[in-house]
Design a protein. Structure first.
Length: 292
């Protein structure tokens, strides 16, 4: 059985390959990575549904990992607030070795089970929370300890890993196996294992946000328009949703203090900002419900 640590005979002479063949070989692995994620679709869907139930009660999404896996998990967490206005305090990345390990490798940090438990205890982990631990090998002590602690507390424990039969899967309430096999460079999980992890986390977190009502008609209606590009996107989004021109959308957004959902309700319901906010409040912030 090929694992992320296996050396594939096919790539034994890559140092002699022409550059074009190197590119083709590496890219081929990326296609295989997506295939591994597709094969895990049922497990990812199950995790979306289970996590959504916890988060509706006010829980947090907490990511834990080391090395490449930790960096990919941190990226997923960091993108949730600007994309969905998900509160920063409810998207918490825990990286073995601390924030410094995001830019400078701290390889030994992954072996500390105590550090993982201390980090989760430090943020007051509760049964309402969801812990997603990511480890390509599936045997990283830091990630395993995070799930062990999560289950002790009663939080939902989700494991994302690339090698079958791993301890991370055994420690999880829900296991997501992304069986990517041998890497182009043996053991270099920044390649297809990392690609598979990113795609799986994208699917998981985006699915959760959709189920929680943070998306409407395929649009990021919770997006924060924090620069010129995003302001233009927000105006076009409101204009399309409300069936008006961009100037009207811009004016509504100004009155709504930049809130896309609020501006859309104001235009579609011919409502004042306060009236539109009341409709959103009655719909628990869900735009679809507010427009019924």
């Amino acid at each position: 059985m090929a694992t992320t640590e296996s050396a594939s005979p096919r790539f034994a002479t890559v140092e002699d390959w022409p550059s074009r063949e190197l590119v083709d070989g590496i890219v081929e692995g990326q296609f295989a990575a997506i295939g591994a994620v597709q094969a895990a679709s049922d497990a990812i869907a199950q995790a979306i549904d289970a996590a959504t139930k916890r988060l509706r009660g006010g829980g947090r999404l907490i990511y834990a990992g080391a090395g490449t896996s930790g960096r990919i998990a941190t990226q997923d967490a960091a993108e949730l607030p600007p994309t969905f206005s998900w509160p920063y305090e409810r998207a918490i990345p825990l990286m073995a070795g601390g924030e410094g390990a995001l830019v400078r490798a701290a390889e030994g940090a992954e072996d500390s089970r105590d550090a993982a438990r201390a980090s989760l205890a430090g943020i007051g982990l509760s049964p309402a929370d969801v812990v997603i631990a990511v480890a390509a090998s599936g045997r990283t002590p830091y990630a395993i300890a995070a799930l062990d602690y999560a289950r002790e507390v009663g939080a939902l424990a989700i494991g994302v890993f690339n090698n079958p039969g791993s301890k991370l899967g055994e420690a999880a309430d829900l296991s997501i196996l992304l069986e990517t096999g041998a890497e182009f460079l043996a053991g270099s999980t920044r390649l297809k294992a990392g690609t598979a992890q990113k795609a799986a986390l994208n699917a998981l977190s985006t699915g959760i946000m959709i189920k929680l009502g943070f998306v409407y008609r395929g649009k990021m209606v919770e997006m924060r328009a924090t620069n010129v590009k995003l302001q233009d996107r927000a105006e076009k989004m409101v204009a399309e949703l409300a069936g008006c021109d961009q100037d009207q959308a811009r004016e509504a957004l100004l009155r709504a203090d930049g809130g896309i959902k609020l501006a859309a309700v104001m235009l579609l319901k011919s409502a004042s900002p306060d009236e539109a906010q009341a409709l959103l409040d009655r719909g628990d912030g869900n735009l679809r419900t507010a427009l019924l």
